[in-house]
Ligand binder design. Sequence first.
Ligand SMILES: [Zn+2]
Length: 391
Amino acid sequence: MRKLLGVVACVVVLVVLIGLTFGPRLLEQSTNKVLEPPPYPIGEAAHKLHTQLFVADLHADPLLWNRDLLQESSYGHVDIPRLRRGGIALQVFDAVTKTPRGQNYDGNTADTDNITALAIAQLWPARTWNSLAQRALYEAEKLHDVAARSNGTFRIIRTKSDLNQLELERQDKTKHPPVTGGLLGIEGLHALEGDLHNLDVFYEAGFRIMGLTHFFDNEIGGSAHGTTRGGLSEFGRSVVRRMEGRNILVDLAHASPQVIDDVLAMATRPLVVSHTGAKGNCDNVRNISDDHLRRIAATGGVVGIGYWDAAVCDVSVSAIVRAIQYAANVAGAEHVGLGSDFDGATTTPFDTTGVAQITEGLLVAGVAEDDIAKIMGGNVLRVLRETLPDH
Ligand SMILES: [Zn+2]
């Protein structure tokens, strides 16, 4: 009997170990997919142009997963070697802290959470198991650790001078490998746990762009996918004021239309929608209206166009190019950028090594090279130059 119990215990331990080793990996492989595996060949003219550009992507979620981002992975969308090969100069890495079970675009409550199980299954530190703020901080620590181990090939951008330095080094084409920049973001300020002081804690951890809501209504205001579609709360107003005061970019992705109106009414600095589509091109609740596109442009901000089906109504390079052209026609080419949502439970036409296909698509569609340079990253660079803190 004792022997049998010993065997059973061994089998249980083995199953748990295998589950912990392969579970998150299998989950990610089934969650973040590409339509076509690499490589993603492009023509000579597009390649030449792409290598001259400062390419920036406003939103990706690899920090949610346990991959070592210094290692090139055969699954998922983003890691440092693949960013380098894709010619990406600056990637926003978002910390996701809570997502509802049965997540959908039409209506979610805050009652359930997938990330708790994911944090435990991936053996994140126990402090992250029941604290959203600690999850955000841990995800930031993971990126700081990547930077520390990168031999100077990957750097987290916190200030204007960090950005200047990155830009200068990227212009020096003799430097191999070129340095890649990362900007820390938070997807949904339920991560504050209702405490404004945590905004300062997040700032100190390096976060410089924050989305107000994610898939459910929170203390700040209504989500585009919540149950109330409400506006900014009083607390939300003080959060936005404090963000502007601390040079943190306000990201309106996933916000309810009413929250977008309320923020537009009070904003004094450029606003961003990090990853979205345009309703006029692809009509659903995930995407923003022409009116919001124009008014966000009027703040001097930028709207990142996503690569997944609900953002552009197909999974293809031509659909992404069409959505970008639509947004540029409405808002102006000075206010459109890239917002892949790579590694955010999406299926995309390519991983980040294929982003030059967008450059090629825009070129083939007859978009002027100047405008392509702005859309592929120049606009994000401009907004960050204006909004990042000096020191
Ligand atoms: Zn998102």
